[in-house]
Design a protein around this ligand. Structure first.
Ligand code: NAP
Length: 348
């Protein structure tokens, strides 16, 4: 084993700064991974034998309900570069520990549009494919080329293309079958040279119009969209550094057309978006708001005042408190609308 492959084991490691809810819990062991080779040294260490493992990047999509009796791998792999270019696209690669938003900003500074709708999403590049992050009409999977991941059982580095990642709505192979088996170490994006603004979402269109851009007039460039997304998100979504949260806590439910018609006859103003497959996407935030949960608290866990889809830690909340709040919301939404809300973060 070379000096650079060794991984330092830290006992009783505090995770408060490593989960965006800010839950004050500890890991039995933690290792900071700055080089890919340290991954295998860490998982093969006798102290980690038989223990559960948790991979943390920014900790922006996880609910830690208590101390973690296992090994936490803190992915701190850094680096980003333009890899290649063909007639249609430029390929850029970033290490898994790069902060997502800084990476998006960097692509624009290189004159490479394509990721601007995904500005200001908390978390790391390595976490982005796991739940196929999406916002304002763009999903990461649309800009994805490939990723590299290490299989912990074998130590082998494996290349995944989009098909192998099986991206879905806030979903991928790594959230299901691949969970706890692979650690993503870098991601390569394909940024098409033919670029068109995606500005259809109402909040974004309003912000752009306020900045002098019109649907049928002056067109925004990628930087203008980036700036508008940042402004809208800052107005509406709490900054995890100020108010602990994990972004949207629930996925938007998608229901079949028959169920939707029945629901609409009872709730004529239900917010809905028709899907290409004939089903209908409901806005989970609207359902939660309609049940009267917006701004309400249970202990120190609360529903954000400006966005009912976001659960927040008002200070000192535990993961269990947040889960109890989430379950109360799920019960009410099911009772009133007959719709099941599925949590988006991983609950441990
Ligand atoms: P919003 O604009 O209040 O809209 C509510 C929901 O309606 C969104 O979740 C969105 O679905 C859907 N929607 C709105 N306009 C739509 C359109 N033109 N076509 C299709 N669907 C539409 O949403 P928001 O909460 O402020 O969030 C804005 C965007 O950022 C959304 O895309 C949201 O998903 C994303 N976001 C994601 C997270 C996260 O943690 N995953 C956190 C905050 C925001 P979609 O979610 O399918 O886009």
């Amino acid at each position: 084993m070379s000096q650079t492959d060794s991984a330092e084991f830290i006992a009783g490691y505090p995770l408060k700064a490593h989960n965006t809810f800010g839950f004050d819990v500890r890991a039995q062991w933690a290792c900071r991974i700055e080089r890919e080779a340290q991954l295998m040294t860490a998982v093969r260490d006798p102290r980690a034998a038989g223990l559960p493992r948790l991979v943390l990047g920014g900790g922006s999509n996880v609910v830690l309900t208590g101390d973690f009796a296992g090994l936490v791998l803190l992915v701190a792999l850094r680096g980003r570069r333009i890899v290649s270019e063909d007639a249609d696209a430029v390929y850029v690669e970033a290490a898994a520990g790069e902060p997502w938003h800084e990476f998006v900003a960097w692509t624009l500074s290189q004159g490479l549009p394509g990721l601007e709708n995904l500005a200001l999403i908390p978390g790391t590049v390595g976490a982005a494919p796991i739940q196929n992050i999406g916002a304002y009409g763009l999903e990461m999977g649309e800009r994805f080329a490939s990723l590299r991941a290490v299989e912990l059982a074998t130590g082998e580095a494996v290349e995944f293309d989009a098909r192998a990642c099986a991206f879905g709505y806030r979903d991928s192979f790594f959230k299901r079958e691949g969970r706890d088996r692979f650690v993503i170490t870098s991601v390569t994006f394909r940024l098409p040279k033919a670029w068109e603004p995606r500005a259809g979402y109402a909040d974004l269109a309003r912000e752009l119009a306020a900045n002098g851009f019109e649907a049928n007039g002056k067109q925004p460039d990628a930087q203008a969209i980036f700036d508008a997304v940042v402004a809208v998100r800052r107005k509406k979504l709490p900054d995890p550094l100020e108010l602990g949260n994990a972004g949207s806590f629930f996925k938007n439910p998608v229901i079949d057309a028959g169920q939707f018609e029945a629901l609409k006859s009872r709730e004529p103003d239900v917010a809905s978006y028709a899907q290409p497959d004939g089903r209908v996407k409901l806005a989970a935030g609207w359902l939660i708001d309609r049940c009267g949960w917006k701004g309400r608290a249970m202990g120190a866990a609360a529903v954000h005042e400006r966005q009912a889809l976001v659960l927040v830690n008002r200070g000192g909340a535990s993961g269990a408190e947040v889960l109890a709040l989430a379950q109360a919301i799920q019960r009410d939404v099911l009772a009133r609308f007959g719709v099941e809300l599925e949590a988006e973060p991983v609950c441990l």
